[in-house]
Design a protein around this ligand. Sequence first.
Ligand code: ZN
Ligand code: ZN
Ligand code: FE
Length: 773
Amino acid sequence: MAEAVERRRVTVHGIVQGVGFRPFINRLATRYGLSGSVFNFTGGVTIEIEGPAPDLEAFLHDLRSEPPPVAVIEAVRVEEIAPTGQGDFVIVPSRETEGGPILVSPDLALCTDCARELLDPRDRRFRHPFINCTNCGPRFTLVRKVPYDRPNTSMSRFPMCPSCSAEYVDLSDRRYHAQPVACPQCGPTLHFVTPGALDKPVTGDGAILQAQALLAAGGILAAKGIGGFHLACDARSSAAVRRLRSRKGREEKPLAVMVASREAAEALCELSEDATFLLTSTRAPILLCPKRRPERLAAEVAPDSADYGLLLPYTPLHLLLFTEAPFDALVMTSGNLSDEPLCTGNGEALERLVGIADAFLVHDRDILVGCDDSVVRVSPQGPVLLRRARGYVPLPVRLAREQRCVLALGGQLKNTFCLTSGTNAFLSQHLGDLENARCLEYLERSVAHFWQILQVQPEALACDLHPDYLSTRYARELAETQGLPLLQVQHHHAHVAACAADNHHEGPFLGLACDGTGYGTDGTVWGCELLLCDGPHMERLGHLTRVPLAGGEAAVREPWRAAGAHLWACGMASESRWLRERLGAQVTDEQWEALGALLLHGVNCPLASSAGRLFDAAAAMIARRHRNAYEGQAAMALEALAATSTRPLKPRSAEEWLTGAESRSCLVLSPAPLLAAVIEGLQAGLPEAAVAAQFHEDFAQLLAAAALHICDRTGLEHVALSGGTFQNRLLLTRLCKLLTERGLKPLYHRSVPPNDGGISLGQAVVANALLRV
Ligand code: ZN
Ligand code: ZN
Ligand code: FE
């Protein structure tokens, strides 16, 4: 007797488009002799499947247990429907329907199969710089709109040749429905051009050889990648790196280095298992890893840093550049001038990078939206994302509860924006600092692109409290033109709310923000805050002593000012002579006198309770750092110095530092005991590294004591740690341990950065809580 036939409708949500999901379903149906159909809809994939019940069960089991490598199945819904007697299995072309957000895949690093074909002289894509398949290649940066089909991508202008078409429609092929599929006959073309001879480009393989020759000779190459242009040069040539730095206007900030292979990476850095895993993953981020000593690259690559930022070749073009090349490490830094957004278009690059690059390696596949490389660091708490972009975006951050659709515009530095929908928070790629109109325009374009591929309509907007952030102004403008409510969220409230959301923590918590500066609810500058947070509510229960930012913005760029101001504010002005001697000629007598006058008269001295400035002050005192060429430079150097200390730390009882610190309901933490210990240690001739390590320890102790004090009083248990200062591994690790020992539950960032790149998520979550009231 024939088994009874049943039919099910299976709806799969997740990253299931453009990743070879439909052919996979077709293979499974064939495996069990089932009939039915599969089609993409805007929220995922729908399958109708018919056959005997045990075979249907086996099909569903395999669907969940062996999806294609880059698919992410988030939910599977199965309904019983009436059998139709269908005899075959078909793949139905994409259709647009309502329902659910669309998940477009991030851009994926070249897969091993494609890498092998690329270097195989017998393969028809031998040395084709645009080789890709369903398991790898660009996605996010070439999708114009959804559904993710070739006509909706920047590959629409390249009609497939007969061979590529045959692969594209062959269910058994690795390139079945790979939208960017291409070959030397039908794909994009590579050009090598020099500014002096724009009309004489070298194309094809010659372009790669020319680029290699230029790099080997110490030249600077602007190379078009997946999400924008890179500027590249030989990382072992001091002269080349110096030239790149001076032309780009980026004098000191560490530069990322692309290395030929994992082995080459291991020769430069110590790689943990986690680090190797991330480095070689399809996300292929820039990974910060500790340098081996003595350092092997040009000293100009990452001065003052204990780490190199390494990444592996993640496009076929990169791999070709390293094949049979006379170099094995290339600086690969974003193709832009300092303070400007990433270049994505050929014309734009030629115009803006002409003073920097000696030559350009370009192609005619358009980048529809810019997307920088992501930056990750491995810590004892797991990987910490410092910059979330290529390989991660547009994957959503999952939230614990349903959200209304809010568009949050983020902060000023390391800007990102965030769109919430259902239990998803779609965080944008890192867009950089919003310094000027060009950056703002880049933000607007990126918002429009996200809006287009997510197909959601925000019902409210959120932004920072700071009235002058470009993101705040843009949010106001959007609120007006779109007729939407605008909710402003305090900077550090957004920081800690992002951390809580990142940890799926619902309910009240103590937020501990350690940060540079942000606009406070009282109009003063905040930056080291203990905040009681409950849904939409936030109450400031503690902060560091307010110290004048002597000279305003100059105080952020010049840590010696922070050191002088801290001594002054902590009643230790008598030590300023010692500090002047210690910093020597780096700061002139006139500068010291001008600082004294500012402090005395309180002119251009906004008060700030900033953890970032406290670290600046300590870095000036201990490591003689007198200026920050980029955000956080002095603090990073201090952390690197502390990490080299081998001396045991002095035990502290920071509880006594809190005595008398409570004024009314708000705890004011004085850094005076910490700075006194720094001065004492240095004057006693202790090694600078030991003093730096003790400073980290003391600050962690002070924060832990304050958190415990507040949690005892309020009954809170969870402490959310956020803000740029928590990029400091030593501080984060030590504080987590201290809080845990005291019975508290520290929450730290996992999928979004602790720096300002994460605050758009916090804004969106707090705005949602406000909407629920
Ligand atoms: Zn591939
Ligand atoms: Zn072709
Ligand atoms: Fe911040």
